[in-house]
Design a protein around this ligand. Structure first.
Ligand code: BDR
Ligand code: CA
Length: 307
């Protein structure tokens, strides 16, 4: 039985590859794609999600969600993702998005689910938190929550905060406290999924489909990461999907995790107690190492299956 999942995302160049990876994978039953603002504004992230679902040849509804976090407003990242969120790569437009709000759609799917549903969060956690805050009993229907979020060290949005955690720390705190298993795929993990020019060339050679071609073109527009020494760009979000497909490529450890909700310079920092120094109970499974060659082989093999 394929694993039922809902993907919440803000495409976003790496979200684009993550969505295609999920939609190409028969182990996953993508019940809905819900969309949040983040990398760019909500109107663009929704249009991009619709175009990507259509590119994959999938019939999955795309639901627009929050255009702002629980507090304040999103900080976007056009330097990495371009003003349009896909590095200027123009995809054929997808069908119009559903009218139903993302949080309503998440609750509806959870309510009706006969088996636990996995929530995959690839952007600020606003939609997922809204769904669970407004009907907390539905957490019982959630199998696990897999988030690309956080870091145990330096952030990438601010010195303290990873982009998704920093963009809605209150929402992340809701998920960490909802009582369901949370997996955090953070910056130290995704740094190992480094898309170098050589790896991108290999990915391009994996097949001849249109979706694979667009995926490589999108990734090719992402600037090399200064933080990672200029050798490539981290494929953050596909790591969260890969966790569901090939957990054997990862190591992880259970840790107490809290998120800084103060309004100073450390807002959005995830405080990850990897060595159990606080004595607090573990609140998340934190992914630590990735077998990168296996990850890129998986990505190429799957994207090559798409039309
Ligand atoms: C995360 O931030 C976004 O810019 C990416 O899409 C990814 O989800 C990495 O910090
Ligand atoms: Ca993202």
């Amino acid at each position: 039985m394929p694993l039922p999942i809902i993907i919440d995302c803000d495409p976003g160049t790496d979200d684009a590859l993550a969505l295609l990876l999920a939609l190409a994978s028969p182990e996953l039953d993508v019940r809905a794609v819900t969309v949040v603002g983040g990398n760019v504004g909500l109107d663009r992230t929704v249009a991009n999600a619709s175009a990507l679902v259509a590119l994959a040849g999938a019939a999955v509804a795309v639901h627009p969600g929050a255009d702002r976090p629980l507090l304040g407003s999103f900080v976007t990242e056009p330097r990495v993702h371009g003003a349009d969120g896909l590095g200027g790569v123009v995809l054929p437009a997808g069908p119009p998005a559903a009218a139903e709000h993302a949080a309503d759609a998440i609750r509806r799917h959870l309510r009706g689910a006969g088996a636990p549903v996995t929530l995959v969060g690839l952007g600020p956690a606003t939609n997922l938190a809204l769904a669970l805050m407004t009907e907390p009993a539905l957490a019982a229907k959630v199998g696990q929550i897999v988030l690309m979020s956080g870091a145990w060290g330096e952030g990438n949005a601010t010195p303290a905060a990873e982009f998704n955690a920093g963009n809605d720390p209150e929402a992340l705190a809701v998920l960490l406290g909802c009582g369901r298993p949370v997996v955090l795929v953070g910056l130290e993990l995704t740094a190992q999924a480094l898309a170098t020019p050589a790896r991108l060339a290999e990915l391009r050679a994996a097949g001849s489909g249109r979706a694979l071609g667009f995926a490589c073109e999108i990734q090719g527009r992402v600037p090399m990461s200064r933080r990672l020494g200029g050798a490539g760009a981290a494929l953050h979000d596909p790591c969260a999907v890969a966790w569901l497909l090939r957990p054997d490529l990862f190591t992880a450890r259970a840790c107490p995790v809290t998120v800084d909700l103060t309004h100073g310079p450390s807002r959005g920092r995830t405080v990850i107690d990897r060595w159990g120094r606080t004595g607090a109970p573990a609140t998340a499974l934190v992914a630590e190492t990735l077998e990168a060659d296996g990850f890129f082989a998986l990505l190429g093999e799957r994207l090559a299956r798409l039309p």
